[in-house]
Design a protein around this ligand. Structure first.
Ligand code: GLV
Ligand code: GLV
Length: 324
């Protein structure tokens, strides 16, 4: 009989190719399937196509006795218990590369918007407060000539650095693995310790995955090291930044501002004190949200899923150890 597949949301692409080889069920609601529904589905399927809003934990993976592949439409996979999947030799697919540029673009959009107070200025204008041109109205720091600190220097961190050229920024980065000198030179970046990066940067931007090492990497001690004029950008994962410490740092003037596309938890609770701050911009996890990028991500997730259903090696596999 044909393979059974569950897709946890409507995707921005055609499913035809997948439907040719599998019975495809798509969850049509706007909200993700509740955990219990996902758990029940997972027991009966050969392949799962999921999103970062689906909690793929050990219980679910152990219940998925017929599953051959889990394909996530995202580059990050901190919602999936990879160790449990690997122990059961279930390959996990993800979508690296295709969303690098879109995410780096949004990072710069947030950086510029926070520096030049674009969101605040729009509110000011719509609020009827624009009375005249004023020498000191809505001032912010220079972006040109600033020091940009990049925390995590994988594909996305490097794409952010490449975009900095026109702004004549000094770029320092910190990363688990230092790059080759040739790459540092061609990107015009300098390696620094995390501490020095925090102390010297006018803009600090986060591009690490969420792991045990980066969980709450930014908390009170890190904000205390940053310049009072500094602006923090986070387009990576919300849980890398401790939200209470961020609130304290922004409300006490320990740092000047922040712009975040990700929060802890997601969505941000409507009573979060962060929502009351003028020096914080919050967008709803839209780093990869260009039409072209989302289609490519969906296509890539389908490609991984099809390969897994056919028993072939996933083209973009998180845990290639399963093939050893
Ligand atoms: C989005 O956050 C992703 O990981 O693709
Ligand atoms: C993610 O794509 C990264 O490696 O930065």
């Amino acid at each position: 009989s044909q393979a059974k597949v569950f897709v946890t949301r409507r995707l921005p692409t055609e499913l035809q190719q997948l439907q040719e080889i599998a019975d495809v069920e798509v969850w049509m609601e706007r909200q993700p399937p509740p955990y219990e529904v996902l758990l029940a589905k997972t027991k009966e399927i050969d392949g799962l196509l999921c999103l970062l809003t689906d909690q793929i934990d050990r219980q679910l993976i152990e219940a998925a006795t017929s599953i051959k592949v889990i394909s996530q439409m995202a580059v990050g996979y901190d919602n999936i218990d990879i160790l449990s999947a690997t122990a059961r030799r279930i390959p996990i697919g993800h979508t690296p590369g295709v969303l690098t540029d879109a995410t780096a673009d949004l990072t710069w959009a947030l950086l510029m918007a926070a520096a030049r107070r674009v969101v605040e200025a729009d509110r000011f204008t719509r609020g009827g407060e624009w009375r005249t041109w004023e020498p000191d109205l809505l001032l912010g720091p220079n972006v040109t000539g600033a020091t940009l600190g990049i925390v995590g220097f994988g594909r996305i961190g490097q794409a952010v650095a490449r975009r900095a050229k026109g702004f004549e920024t000094r770029i320092i980065y910190t990363s688990k693995h230092r790059c080759e000198p040739e790459l540092e030179e061609s990107l015009g970046v300098e390696f620094a310790s995390f501490e020095r990066l925090l102390q010297e940067s006018d803009f600090v931007t986060i591009h690490t995955p969420l792991t045990a090492d980066t969980h709450h990497l930014f908390s009170e001690p890190q904000f205390a090291l940053m310049k009072q004029s500094a602006i923090l950008i986070n387009t990576a994962r919300g849980t890398i930044v401790e939200p209470n410490a961020l609130y304290q740092a922004l409300s006490n003037g320990q740092i000047a501002g922040a712009a975040i596309d990700v929060t802890e938890p997601e969505p941000i609770p409507t009573d979060s004190p962060l929502l009351s701050l003028d020096n914080l911009i919050i967008t709803p996890h839209i780093g990869s949200a260009s039409r072209q990028t989302r289609k490519k991500m969906a296509d890539m997730a389908i490609e991984n899923l099809i390969a897994g259903l056919k028993g072939e090696r996933l083209p973009y596999c998180v845990n290639p150890e399963v093939y050893q």
